[in-house]
Write a protein that binds this ligand. Structure first.
Ligand code: NDP
Ligand code: GDR
Length: 324
């Protein structure tokens, strides 16, 4: 039975990746943190097969202990402070977790592996936020990185540190440069889920308006369930490498609004949307659209959920939650 160790298991991707790995017969170990985290209760209820280990990406010794307990064949490093807007307010903490946490994870893996560096295959959750200021469209593995937030800068550090461990120590380390991916499990702070929850409430007469920031930003949005499959495929390759994972389509935030509101039969949706300067960012990433040719050709990966299907899935899930 293959064994996997997952940080960030209480997050959106941790949920879908755990389900995928369990369905493939893996024994899954997940790192959780904090002494009173309600997301751990949810994990225990939804995925009772997952074996829970405690620790924190900022505490290397806790990672070494967790690896000793899990003895994994594969390490998926999904843990991070992942909310871009929050990263300006908490830049130092974001750097500790999202940047230095990757180094801690790599170093713990190297120490754990000892003389046999091929013992553990490593996945790093890199991000399209690393592209930041638009240099090239679409963005691929060779596009210049120009991050526009403390989060983006932290992810660049993790990305290059992963490449560095591959090149310095021969570690089977891969970096997935994933574009935005969403699902009904998406945190409510992210724009897609914020909108799907608001649209569901407005449709049911429980709320009148939703307050948002920049509606012109363009994102390449895919379904999280598809994207975790790409992570797994990367670790099945003979060597580690870097891959862009994206749909190749981009949409403005206002298009997401349009599809979501129309899905519940509201076409004059502008009257339900307010713009609030508090939700604008000090620096914006205006346009993201990825070129996943390498992943398609090497990993045999392609997305299965279209943009309208994704929006409908999220709105329907929030309607169902509210009506349960
Ligand atoms: P979430 O925000 O849903 O989950 C983040 C996870 O990180 C949570 O489980 C959280 O645990 C954990 N975490 C936070 N701080 C620490 C810490 N100090 N030590 C250990 N774990 C910690 O993110 P997603 O599931 O959406 O994303 C997974 C990864 O992929 C992240 O690294 C993100 O930056 C990256 N990414 C995501 C994309 C997306 O569109 N979703 C796109 C590209 C990259 P807790 O429950 O304790 O808070
Ligand atoms: P992003 O996702 O920053 O791309 O990072 P988010 O959903 O937060 O923002 C997407 C775009 O929507 C605009 N926006 C708003 N965003 C939020 N959250 N709330 C609002 O009210 C709002 N109004 C407009 C934003 O300005 C932005 O342009 C996500 C995270 O999952 C990262 O961890 C990951 O690395 C990247 O995707 C790829």
């Amino acid at each position: 039975m293959p064994r996997a160790f997952v940080t960030g298991i209480t997050g959106q991707d941790g949920y879908y990746l755990s389900k995928l790995l369990l369905s493939k017969g893996y024994e899954v170990f997940g790192l959780v943190r904090g002494q009173n985290n309600p997301k751990i209760d949810f994990l225990r209820e939804e995925l009772p097969e997952v074996k829970i280990l405690t620790g924190d990406l900022m505490d290397t010794s806790s990672l070494i202990r967790a690896l000793a307990a899990a003895q994994p064949d594969e390490f998926y490093n999904l843990g991070a402070i992942s909310f871009v807007a929050y990263s300006w307010e908490n830049a130092s903490l974001t750097t500790d977790v999202t940047a230095k946490g990757v180094l801690n994870a790599l170093e713990a893996t190297r120490i754990h592996a000892g003389d046999d560096i091929s013992k553990v295959r490593f996945y790093q959750a890199s991000s399209s936020e690393m592209f930041g200021k638009v240099q090239e469209v679409p963005q691929s593995e060779s596009t210049l990185l120009w991050p526009r937030s403390p989060y983006g800068v932290a992810k660049v550090f993790g990305h290059y540190m992963t490449i560095n461990y591959r090149e310095s120590y021969g570690m089977h380390a891969s970096s997935g440069v994933l574009f935005n991916h969403e699902s009904p499990m998406r945190g409510p702070e992210f724009v897609t889920r914020k909108i799907s929850m608001a649209v569901a409430k407005i449709a049911l007469g429980q709320q009148k308006t939703v307050s948002l920031g920049n509606l012109d930003a363009k994102r390449d949005w895919g379904f999280a369930g598809d994207y975790v499959d790409a992570m797994w495929r990367m670790l099945q390759q003979p060597t580690g490498d870097d891959y862009v994972i994206s749909t190749g389509e981009t949409h403005e935030v206002r298009e997401y609004l349009d599809v979501a509101f129309n899905h519940v039969g509201i076409s004059d949706w502008e009257k339900h949307v307010e713009q609030n300067p508090a939700f604008f960012r000090p620096a914006e990433v205006d346009l993201l659209v990825g070129d996943a040719t390498k992943a398609r050709e090497t990993l045999g990966w392609s997305p299965t959920v279209s943009f309208p299907e994704l929006v409908a899935m999220m709105v329907d899930a929030d309607l169902a939650r509210l009506q349960a």
